[in-house]
Design a protein around this ligand. Structure first.
Ligand SMILES: [Zn+2]
Length: 147
């Protein structure tokens, strides 16, 4: 599936939110290099609901930051995948996203415009998060979803 600019910036935001630390319970691997370059460097964005569902694709709540090893592990095991997401984001959020997945949601402006605006939004959010990191913030930084 082709990545949009909105996917790319959201993915960076998801990883920055976690400070480039794998969110898999008990893992905690840190990508030092990723922090500096904001590149992939072994830290992935893992989607709860897959990218093909547009209604949930660009929501920050739908993703975790996982290291390559943990990402591969949850991709191979749907039961574990669900369990980990629910453990981290809560059952209510998992249910909400699952409901949203099947809705024929379409932004008024159309998807092309929405994705263009979402890319700009996440690019700006990323910049703000990185400024906080530059000022020494080490913990989780929440960011605003584009809707
Ligand atoms: Zn991990």
């Amino acid at each position: 599936m082709k990545l949009t600019q909105a996917d790319i910036y959201l993915s960076k935001c998801v990883r920055e939110r976690a400070n480039w630390i794998c969110e898999y319970p008990g893992c905690g691997i840190i990508s030092q290099h990723g922090r500096m370059t904001c590149g992939d460097r072994g830290m992935h964005q893992s989607h709860f609901i897959g990218r093909k569902y547009k209604a949930t694709r660009y929501r920050p709540e739908n993703s975790l930051c996982l290291c390559a090893k943990c990402h591969a592990e949850v991709e191979e095991n749907p039961y574990l995948h669900n369990k980990i997401f629910i453990e981290i984001m809560g059952e209510g959020m998992a249910e909400m996203l699952t409901e949203l997945k099947h809705q024929a949601y379409k932004p008024i402006s159309g998807w092309k415009t929405f994705e263009k605006e979402a890319a700009k939004h996440y690019k700006k959010q990323l910049k703000e998060m990185r400024e906080l990191r530059d000022h020494g913030e080490q913990g989780r930084i929440e960011f605003q979803g584009y809707q």
